[in-house]
Design a protein around this ligand. Structure first.
Ligand SMILES: [Zn+2]
Length: 264
């Protein structure tokens, strides 16, 4: 894959042809395996990942062993943009929340392309800004909003970024991402299921009534989506959001060739 027209990643599809041609020779397909660690906090980010499916979460690891998600990226964006811009070591870890496949390349190639094009640098900064918007909203949401609203918000964000409403996730994993007790997630999930908003089965959660789930969510889902839509609207083919999951907007992805999240 990695032909621009065949990509399901809107960061890649939105690139001007000249910038895409600079990156294309270095793109490799990799599998994103659930809970794979892409980078450890404090380490240098060596590779950027442009998911075609699946979701990557940026998480903060606390000394007591707790892990809390601060932002996630899927097929609307890329992971590693901050390293491409400033070259700093990663302030947080990145793990695969939902499995899928991604095009990956060494950050250095993104940095070199950015050095050649002001438009490309601006585009990268919009994607970096989208991560910051999520992180700020997550901090506020986790501090003051009830668990059921937070769970609704998180499921909607994950579904938007993965491009599907059936999420292969356990409640235990979601509890870790939200930084709350498993029992609290279970109670909230049962409430949403009893209301007909989601369906839970072993290792899966499916959104059944998206509009009702949005209504049930706190304003954080809508606020982040509005900000990100506005940021990505300046790209040529913005696709974040539910409308982007239409099959016609998701061209077939070529078979995977690489198995490791870290290509050789
Ligand atoms: Zn909230």
């Amino acid at each position: 894959m990695n032909n621009q027209a065949d990509s399901s990643n809107s960061f890649l599809t939105s690139l001007p042809t000249r910038e895409f041609d600079l990156l294309k020779p270095h793109l490799k397909l990799v599998e994103l395996r659930h809970q794979s660690l892409l980078v450890q906090a404090g380490d240098e980010i060596t590779h950027a990942y442009c998911p075609h499916s699946g979701v990557v979460s940026m998480v903060v690891n606390l000394d007591d062993g707790e892990t809390v998600e601060v932002a996630m990226v899927g097929r609307e964006s890329l992971f590693g943009v901050s390293a491409a811009i400033d070259g700093e070591k990663s302030p947080n870890s990145a793990i695969v929340t939902l499995p899928g496949i991604a095009s990956t390349l060494e950050v250095e190639h993104v940095r070199l392309a950015a050095a050649r094009s002001e438009d490309f640098r601006m585009q990268l900064r919009r994607h970096e800004r989208a991560v910051l918007v999520q992180a700020q909203q997550s901090a506020a949401c986790n501090a003051v909003h009830p668990v059921e609203s937070r769970l609704s918000r998180w499921l909607l964000h994950a579904a938007d970024r993965s491009g599907g409403d059936a999420l292969a996730l356990t409640q235990d994993f979601i509890a870790r991402m939200l930084g709350i007790q498993r029992n609290s997630v279970t109670i909230a999930a049962h409430g949403l299921q009893d209301a007909g908003l989601i369906r839970c089965s072993r290792g899966y959660i499916e959104i059944i009534d998206r509009e009702a789930l949005i209504t049930n969510s706190c304003e954080c889902y809508r606020d982040v989506k509005t900000h990100c839509d506005r940021l990505f609207r300046r790209d040529r083919h913005p696709v974040i959001g539910r409308e982007s999951s239409r099959a016609s907007d998701r061209p077939a992805i070529e078979p995977m060739r690489a198995k490791s999240p870290h290509p050789s």
